[in-house]
Each structure stands twice: as structure tokens, then as C-alpha cells.
Design a protein around this ligand. Structure first.
Ligand SMILES: Nc1ncnc2c1ncn2[C@@H]1O[C@H](COP(=O)(O)OP(=O)(O)O)[C@@H](O)[C@H]1O
Ligand SMILES: [Mg+2]
Length: 256
């Protein structure tokens, strides 16, 4: 059984991407002329005001939504719908309540044709990675919000994606659990060498986790910016350079 990912996978290239929706017969331009490159194994955070198109961009990468124009390539190949090389984690883990924790993680593998024994083995590996091996036989209703989300992360990783797409995965958690989970995510990301694209409205989370932050403009037609977070890990939230980066991100939104 191979664990983790070989390097050189999960690279994202987006060129001149545009997407609009039709709203009451009028076109609503959500994304326009977006260029983006995410290196294999990098973590990119996407931040922006509510309605700026963060989820839309993530859904396009997931293959759940089609772009109007432009190229969206993963490892050099255009995306066609959903694929097992890309896994998505939403704010709610959406576990199946009638299955135990381990069965929740193993189930998507079995659906893909992995034998029950191998699926259970792999599920155990990823439950250990997220620190929940002792809860293998528990049911979702017996877990806290943070634990349920960790099961969701184990389930997504178990299919061994090249690209992990996360849409505000910690948004529903309390502040303390959230900080612990940010540390966990950093550790998991570095152990798995998986490319991550993370949507968040939490600017500190973006600075804590990402190599680069994509800032979607507040107003349509505004400039799309990227900010490099060139800080060593594990990151220290009180370190002056960390604080300065968080401040400069806040300033992008006119906040102080
Ligand atoms: N399926 C859809 N049909 C029509 N409008 C949509 C659809 N999905 C998103 N939108 C609109 O696109 C804009 C961006 O939405 P979204 O990507 O969800 O923003 P964010 O995640 O940044 O809050 C919003 O104005 C939203 O109303
Ligand atoms: Mg959203």
C-alpha cells in the first residue's frame, strides 16, 4: 500500500478564466480573466468578501461547475467533471449517520472498487493521521464538530487525491478547536505532500496555512492580487512578520 503522494502532482494552472451566472435575466460576472498557478505540494488560500466568487472558483476546480471560458488544468490536463485525483472538503463533513467512523472513511474506497480489507486498512491509516483511530467504531452523532470534520478530512485523504480543495473547512468550529485544527491541517498537509487550495474568510488562517494567498477583489473588475507568505513552519501567530502579513491582508479589505 502506498501512502502519501509522489511529488510533482496536483499542479494547478488557470488561464484567463471567466465565469458568470445569470440572475433575473442579467449576467452576473463572478470571475473575469483570472490567471493562477499553484505548484505541486503548495498550499494556496483564497480570501475575499462574501460573494466574491471563492466557492465558484473552488467548484470549478472540483469539476462541479464549468467555466465560461479559459483553461483550467490539473497536471497539464483539462478538468472534465469530478475526478478522484481531486477531493473536496466542505464546511459540514456530511458523514453518513448510520455508518461508523471507519466505515464512513472506507466507504468511498469500496465504491471505487478497493477491497473491504484494503479499504479498512487505509481508513485506519488516515484515522490515525487525524488522531481518531480510537473512535473508529463510534457513530457520527457521538463526535464533536471538530472530530467530525477530522473524519471528513480522513475520508477525503483516504482516496489519495493529488489536489485537496477545502471550502471554509473550519468555518463552523469554535475559536479554540479551529486553531488546533489549523495546526493539524499544517501537519497533515506536510506529511501527505498534497496540493491544497483552501477557501477561507479568516485572514489569520490564510497566513497560518498558506504559501500564497489569492485575494479576490471586493468589487467586480477590481484587481486580483496574490500575496506570498514566506514564513517558516510551524508558524508563530505572534511573530512580527506574521502579524505584519495579517495586517497587510486586512488592509486589502480596508480593515485595520
Ligand atoms: N448557481 C448560481 N446561480 C446564480 N448565481 C450564483 C450561483 N452560484 C453563485 N452565484 C453568485 O455568484 C457570486 C459568487 O458566489 P460564491 O462563489 O458562492 O461567493 P463566495 O464563496 O466568495 O461567498 C454570488 O453573487 C452568488 O450569488
Ligand atoms: Mg463561499
Amino acid at each position: 500500500m502506498t501512502q502519501g503522494q509522489a511529488s510533482g502532482r496536483g499542479e494547478v494552472s488557470i488561464r484567463d478564466l471567466s465565469k458568470s451566472f445569470s440572475l433575473n435575466g442579467r449576467a452576473l460576472n463572478v470571475l473575469r480573466g483570472l490567471d493562477l498557478h499553484v505548484e505541486s505540494g503548495q498550499c494556496l488560500a483564497i480570501v475575499g468578501a462574501s460573494g466574491s466568487g471563492k466557492t465558484t472558483l473552488l467548484r470549478i476546480l472540483a469539476g462541479l461547475e464549468a467555466a465560461d471560458s479559459g483553461d483550467v488544468l490539473v497536471d497539464g490536463a483539462p478538468i472534465h467533471g469530478v475526478g478522484s485525483e481531486r477531493a473536496v472538503i466542505f464546511q459540514e463533513p456530511r458523514l453518513l449517520p448510520w455508518l461508523t467512523v471507519i466505515r464512513n472513511v472506507a466507504f468511498p474506497l469500496e465504491v471505487r472498487g478497493v477491497s473491504a480489507t484494503e479499504a479498512a486498512d487505509r481508513a485506519r491509516h488516515y484515522l490515525r493521521l487525524v488522531g481518531l483511530l480510537d473512535f473508529s467504531e463510534a457513530y457520527p452523532a457521538q463526535l464533536s464538530g471538530g472530530m467530525a470534520q477530522r473524519v471528513g478530512i480522513a475520508r477525503a485523504l483516504a482516496v489519495q487525491p493529488e489536489l485537496l480543495l477545502l471550502d471554509e473547512p473550519l468555518g463552523a468550529l469554535d475559536a479554540m478547536t479551529k486553531m488546533t485544527m489549523q495546526e493539524e491541517l499544517t501537519r497533515i498537509w506536510s506529511e501527505e505532500h498534497v496540493t491544497m487550495v483552501l477557501v477561507t474568510h479568516d485572514l489569520e488562517e490564510a497566513v497560518y496555512l498558506a504559501d500564497r494567498v489569492l485575494v479576490l477583489p471586493k468589487h467586480k473588475g477590481g484587481v486580483i492580487r496574490t500575496i506570498d507568505v514566506d514564513l517558516p513552519r510551524p508558524r508563530d501567530r505572534s511573530e512580527p512578520r506574521f502579524v505584519a502579513l495579517r495586517q497587510s491582508l486586512l488592509a486589502e479589505f480596508g480593515l485595520h
